[in-house]
Design a protein around this ligand. Structure first.
Ligand code: 5AD
Length: 350
């Protein structure tokens, strides 16, 4: 049912916010809002749509950053191959499985396995990890391993992996090529479409605040997520890493980041949207703010202490004790009148 609510005296904004399908120019218009009152109407609408399509539950996904080796050289990322200042680590297969068990013991029903693009872990290694975690823990498994071969995707899906995160990063082909020396946007989209076609719940998303990126590009990011029929979409702010060529570029604008999340929710509706660690790095109340502008997912980091400082995608990435963090996050969620999900939080599209 369409919600017809008189929310503002700005007739044009009112009309757009009450649409259910959006033109590119509508998306650009919403992203460009700067008037505080209008932005507050945008956020209110995003929160209503979140409630209507996702309910009040917030899903927790425990993430393990199991290797910071990366064969790619993305200009914005601290894990890039050319970053000689970063001490590299790889967790053993057993350590990864043990960490997954800790996530499950903490009551979390999704394990996210993330790494740089690191072919040191073979198809068989990842298959073994997936099967072992599934044997010991009743959890969903999300893979976030970068671009791998279709044969590997097939095998990992058969082994029981449920989801795959592979952000498109930017829908602007020229910016994509400039930032990724060896990769093309077209190729990334072929991978995303393949992952979806073999039954993975697929996640994409962008980085906000990349050099040369316009508001129109960000509108295209949101519309691309729609076209790809993504199950999960992450809109996260760029934060410079001092160990990359983009070290002197300013971090993303907070207002633009929140607008993007809100517009993403309004346009995409039944998708999972995380309130990211990058947002909480941009501003101390970031995680909570994200949950008020459309987000319904938080990803507590369970990477063991001895490694977590080394997964330096960007500067000042916050680290914490995961068990305490989960308790604090649960309290925060309850204090907002929301609930902590007790199920696996599968795609809202299935
Ligand atoms: N700022 C924000 N996000 C970044 N990522 C990589 N580098 C940065 C940065 N400097 C994100 C990418 C990648 C995810 C794992 O981290 O979107 O997909």
């Amino acid at each position: 049912m369409k919600q017809e609510i008189q929310i503002t005296d700005d007739k044009y904004l009112f009309e757009i916010l009450n649409k259910s399908e959006f033109e590119r120019e509508d998306v650009v218009y919403l992203l460009k809002l700067t008037n505080e009152k209008h932005i507050s109407e945008l956020f209110k609408k995003a929160d209503l749509i979140r409630k209507e399509f996702c309910g009040d539950e917030v899903h927790l996904r425990g993430i393990i950053e199991f290797s910071n080796f990366c064969e790619q050289d993305c200009v914005y990322c601290g894990l890039r191959k050319s970053n000689n200042l970063l001490e590299r680590y790889r967790m053993s297969v057993d350590e990864i499985i043990e960490t997954a068990k800790k996530i499950y013991s903490a009551g979390i029903k999704t394990v996210v396995l993330q790494s740089g693009e690191d072919s040191h872990y073979t198809k068989e290694d990842i298959t073994h990890i997936i099967k072992s975690i599934k044997e010991f823990c009743d959890v969903a498994i999300t893979l976030s391993l970068g671009e791998r071969s279709f044969d590997e995707y097939d095998e990992w899906k058969s082994a029981g992996a449920d989801r795959y995160l592979l952000k498109h990063e930017t829908a602007n082909e020229k910016i994509y090529s400039a930032l990724h020396s060896k990769q093309e946007l077209e190729e990334r989209l072929i991978h995303l479409k393949y992952l979806k076609s073999i039954g993975f719940q697929a996640g994409s998303g962008n980085i906000i605040g990349l050099p040369g990126q316009t508001i129109e590009d960000i509108a295209d990011d949101i519309l691309l997520c729609k076209e790809l029929d993504c199950d999960m979409c992450s809109f996260s702010p760029f934060i410079p890493s001092p160990e990359t060529p983009l070290k002197n570029i300013s971090p993303a604008d907070l207002k633009l980041t929140l607008n993007t999340m809100a517009v993403g929710r309004i346009v995409l509706k039944n998708v999972h949207i995380p309130s990211t660690t990058a947002l909480s790095t941009l501003t101390p109340e970031g995680r909570k703010l994200g949950l008020t502008v459309g987000a319904n997912v938080i990803m507590p980091n369970f990477t063991p202490d001895k490694y977590k400082d080394k997964y330096r995608i960007y500067a000042n990435k916050k680290t914490y004790d995961p068990i305490k963090f989960v308790e604090e996050i649960k309290q925060m969620i309850h204090s907002m009148g929301r609930k902590v999900s007790e199920d696996k939080g599968h795609s809202l599209k299935q």
